[in-house]
Design a protein around this ligand. Structure first.
Ligand code: GLP
Length: 258
């Protein structure tokens, strides 16, 4: 595991975007795992700035232009899989992760909506939908690079404490702390769903590369437990210590308890 401490969230976004563009240029990134929450937003913003259509730099005038053009072409044909979704929230609602991914990823990066997948939290048969989601990831050849945030509970995706390290996409109950944390996206805490669908820790660990992003002092305890604590399902993110290719991008505040 590689830990990088950068000045702030913007610098984290720029580093991650550069890394993703390099992987795209090298054709090592065809399937991207995307995350919701506020942590990955600087990554998506910095990636969007690399694209000429959004007012980013003119790649044709750059000495690296061939590489950049290749990366941009690969970006346009990316397949993406989101980590999780609330149960019972329609994809049209702004609180849904479908809507967040649509706005922050698909539209911002100009991805083909047909290639961007989010777990179905409104399916009549949720277990079947979970199995089909796993199948879809497998058919795409697996995730090459997975972007991750970390919850205050130490969750990855919505894998709350006590999640099995070998878990697959399934329905989970949200921890009270997570419902409190995510209440800011809803009219009230009561409206935060009780359940979610999330890729499992076993699913996440199959990605070839993990890129975990965290900034701010409020993330420091969870980061310390994930990165330096014992491997325990009580801190699901500690499983990244086991991944052979994980990069953790932090600002000074998030790294302050290391
Ligand atoms: C949500 C998401 C997680 C995310 C976490 C942290 O609960 N399901 O994938 O990592 O929030 O969110 P934030 O980055 O906003 O702190």
């Amino acid at each position: 595991m590689q830990i990088m401490i950068l000045p702030d969230s913007a610098a984290i976004g720029v580093w991650a975007a550069g890394h993703i563009m390099r992987r795209l240029a090298d054709r090592r990134l065809r399937v991207l795992g995307v995350a919701t929450g506020s942590s990955p937003l600087p990554v998506y913003d910095a990636l969007a700035l690399r694209l000429p259509r959004s007012g980013g730099r003119n790649v044709r005038a750059d000495p690296e232009s061939d590489k950049d053009a290749r990366a941009e072409a690969s970006l346009r044909s990316l397949t993406a899989f989101a980590l999780d979704e609330y149960v019972g929230i329609s994809p049209d609602r702004p609180e849904s992760y479908h809507a967040v991914i649509r706005g922050e990823v698909t539209e911002k990066l100009g991805l083909d909506p047909a290639r961007v997948h989010v777990p179905d939290g409104t399916a009549g048969d949720l277990e079947k939908a979970c199995r089909e989601y796993e199948q879809l990831i497998a058919e795409a050849g697996g995730v090459d690079l997975q972007i991750l945030g970390i919850g205050a509970t130490g969750h990855l995706g919505f894998n709350e404490p006590s999640s099995s390290f070998s878990s697959r996409t399934r329905v989970k109950t949200l921890a009270p702390q997570t419902r409190r944390d995510n209440a800011r996206f809803f009219a009230s805490e009561e409206q935060v769903p009780l359940h979610c669908v999330t890729q499992g820790l076993g699913t996440i660990m199959e990605a070839s590369e993990l890129l975990l992003v965290a900034y701010g002092e409020h993330k420091a305890p969870a980061v310390a437990r994930a990165v330096e604590g014992p491997l325990t399902s009580m801190c699901p993110a500690s499983i990244i210590q086991w991944h052979q290719d994980a990069v953790v991008l932090l600002d000074e505040a998030a790294a302050s308890q290391l």
